[in-house]
Design a protein around this ligand. Structure first.
Ligand SMILES: NC(=O)c1ccc[n+]([C@@H]2O[C@H](COP(=O)([O-])OP(=O)(O)OC[C@H]3O[C@@H](n4cnc5c(N)ncnc54)[C@H](OP(=O)(O)O)[C@@H]3O)[C@@H](O)[C@H]2O)c1
Length: 234
């Protein structure tokens, strides 16, 4: 896809991986709308980027927003959706486990309600996470949600051709998703990545480069690209 003059909607585009994606798309001449529940959190947006407010779990509001933005060429969702349950499954609060799937429902809503407004050469990108295919202890919820996201994209790809859909799967990435600051934050990332082939947290920009790759490359659909510092082999 030649990005120049194209139109994109990036859910979860006001922070972290989504924001970095919006910045890279805008720098390539794409007109971008970033969407989240509290878009003001993004601060000053680069030129070519507008913001809109919507919760991806609210289907009526989402349908109305997508209608107002249509048509578009690029649909990205990096919206976390809701809360994430962590810890051993046999001790897990089952409501918390179920709530973790808000990420999947949000993605499903975006694809189902946004896909119909996508141009014939349009493309969709979702974001899963390394635990989908290599969970570490305590990551049952992250793993099952991420695996469902990757399966969703694989299953939808043949149905929406010639439009394309892909997933990018990040490892540990330094974004505002982690609240800790200063030395506590640095120590957390050191611990979480110590055994990785590339022992550091990735940046949101590095993941966004993976997202730009699957957007631009017209020969890629129905697959998952890992940007994970070697997590899967660690
Ligand atoms: N960071 C990592 O280490 C990592 C690793 C693996 C996978 N991932 C995945 O990568 C994606 C992006 O993560 P990130 O690290 O960039 O997180 P982030 O910095 O916390 O950004 C999440 C974005 O999603 C938006 N959002 C959350 N719930 C939403 C909802 N219900 N409706 C609309 N927007 C919503 C947030 O804005 P509002 O709060 O304003 O709604 C924000 O813009 C997520 O799917 C995450 O699971 C991240």
């Amino acid at each position: 896809m030649d990005l120049s003059g194209k139109k994109a909607v990036v859910f979860g585009g006001t922070s972290g991986i989504g924001l970095a994606t919006a910045e890279q798309l805008a720098a390539r001449g794409v007109s971008v709308t970033v969407v989240s529940r509290n878009p003001e959190k993004a601060g000053a947006l680069p030129s070519g980027v507008k913001a809109a407010r919507c919760d991806v779990r609210d289907r009526a509001a989402l349908a109305a927003l997508l209608e107002s933005l249509a048509p578009f060429d690029i649909l990205v969702s990096a919206a976390t959706g809701g809360t994430r349950a962590l810890g051993p499954f046999m001790e897990m609060d089952l409501d918390g486990y179920q709530a973790s799937f808000d990420k999947l429902w949000g993605y499903a809503n975006v694809v189902r309600l946004g896909g119909k407004h996508l141009s014939p050469t349009g493309t969709i990108v979702l974001v899963s996470g390394s635990p989908a295919r290599r969970p570490r202890p305590g990551q049952v919820a992250l793993s099952s949600v991420g695996a469902a996201v990757e399966a969703l994209a694989r299953a939808i790809a043949p149905e929406i051709k010639p439009r394309r859909i892909n997933v990018v799967s990040p490892g540990i990435i330094d974004t505002p998703m982690v609240a800790a600051q200063g030395e506590e934050r640095a120590e957390l990332y050191r611990k979480m990545t110590a055994s990785n082939l590339i022992p550091r947290a990735g940046t949101a920009a590095e993941v966004a480069k993976g997202i730009l790759f699957v957007i631009e490359n017209d020969f890629v659909t129905g697959t998952t690209i890992d940007v994970d510092g070697g997590w899967l082999l660690s």
